[in-house]
Write a protein that binds this ligand. Sequence first.
Ligand code: NAG
Ligand code: NAG
Ligand code: NAG
Ligand code: NAG
Ligand code: NAG
Ligand code: NAG
Ligand code: NAG
Length: 413
Amino acid sequence: MAKRYLLLADIRCSFQSLSAILITALIIGAIYLTSESGQLLTLLEDYGFSDGQVSNTNNVSLAECNLFAGKWVYDNKSYPLYKEQDCTFMSDQLACQKFGRKDLSYQHWRWQPDQCDLPRFNATRLLEKLRNKKMVFVGDSLNRGQWVSMVCLVEASIKPLFKSMHNNGSNLITFRAKEYNATIEFYWAPLLVESNSDDPVSHRLPERIVRAQAIEKHARHWTNADILVFNTYLWWRRPFMKILWGSFNEPEGIYKKVKMLRSYELALKSWADWLDIHIDRSKTRLFFMSMSPTHERAEEWGKSVGQNCYNETDMIARQGYQGHGTDPNMMKIVEKTIDELKTIRGLNVQLINITQLSEYRKEGHPSIYRKQWDPLTQEQQINPSSYADCIHWCLPGVPDVWNELLYAHIFNY
Ligand SMILES: *[C@@H]1O[C@H](CO)[C@@H](O)[C@H](O)[C@H]1NC(C)=O
Ligand SMILES: *[C@@H]1O[C@H](CO)[C@@H](O)[C@H](O)[C@H]1NC(C)=O
Ligand SMILES: *[C@@H]1O[C@H](CO)[C@@H](O)[C@H](O)[C@H]1NC(C)=O
Ligand SMILES: *[C@@H]1O[C@H](CO)[C@@H](O)[C@H](O)[C@H]1NC(C)=O
Ligand SMILES: *[C@@H]1O[C@H](CO)[C@@H](O)[C@H](O)[C@H]1NC(C)=O
Ligand SMILES: *[C@@H]1O[C@H](CO)[C@@H](O)[C@H](O)[C@H]1NC(C)=O
Ligand SMILES: *[C@@H]1O[C@H](CO)[C@@H](O)[C@H](O)[C@H]1NC(C)=O
């Protein structure tokens, strides 16, 4: 087709019209080529990754791209990024397939930002970055799930004898990549500040008590980390907190009931003050994971009252959906705290905004397909309204995408 156009061109035509014809020919040629290799192009699009800085969906560089605005795309070619049974350190609380989940579509969703593509997760590249370094996830069980996901994402590229996991029986679990002298650790501190829930195993208490001004006991364990990833949200979700003035060891401590938002603000202030004084700005990268939504009330997405995330197999389609599993007022406090750290104290904490993209994923939770301390009994399994876990996330799944976003920030922002 392109050839015929060129033959039709009059050799006496002006320079302008010749170049116009040449451009037309090139465009038509390109269309021709595209239809020839259409299948290949479709495959590439499905694969949906770019390695470079400039995306193939748009002309926005990663550094300028809002990674948190986008959509989920079903992609069973390149997702999941690892197989559940292949991850040496998988947690039984998150291994939904192992505990009987049949519908596995939750493993196949890729996050597609509107303006650009996420960079491909390259475990070797991350491990190189972590050589002689220490990365610590600090927070609650949601953050622990993300840490497990991170370990699963990198461990496949490390030979068996060159990796280890050590739980020191206290708040710290350490994954070590020996060849790299790198560690990826999880530190249990669900409210960041000191609380009566600091025991990583027995922390289910009727009353929640925090020392909103005291963080040193935990923080001294991660002062020298190179990358810190924090979260704290769900443990605050009650109307009031009891704040303790004094120490947990003194029987005569003074307790005061304080509205949750106020106590959350106090705790984040203690956290920010601690960072300001102790963090080496030239060494440590700081990240804060925003709220992870829960899906415990199915009436919020049009099902009947009393149901929850159990039996869900697809996500919520409504753009911008926000359920009651998140609290925008808490998000505002986080934003304000991080903003002040940046502008007033010159400390760059990057907010990884996973809230909206996770809101859609009502089908991504373990529900009854999990082991808590013991596998659920049959009686519990037939009573999902009481026993379904609609808080944590199956792996592989949503937290892998959180880590892809974290990865993108580590390398590009
Ligand atoms: C595309 O990106 C390049 C390199 O960043 C820039 O020079 C150019 O102006 C951009 N074009 C558009 C249309 O945004
Ligand atoms: C988080 O991302 C969503 C989706 O882009 C956006 O609507 C929301 O404002 C963001 N929140 C914060 C605190 O950045
Ligand atoms: C991938 O998804 C497509 C579309 O849903 C389906 O036709 C195909 O069988 C799936 N392939 C695998 C390997 O699951
Ligand atoms: C991953 O990163 C390593 C180290 O930077 C590099 O040698 C390798 O080519 C990368 N792999 C891919 C598939 O890009
Ligand atoms: C190993 O990594 C730690 C940080 O986690 C660092 O302090 C130490 O110097 C490293 N060892 C070597 C031999 O580089
Ligand atoms: C566990 O590790 C932490 C942090 O290094 C340390 O303070 C604590 O004493 C250790 N606990 C045990 C039982 O080894
Ligand atoms: C689960 O979903 C299937 C298919 O939508 C439906 O037939 C079944 O009744 C549901 N089970 C419960 C317990 O809701």
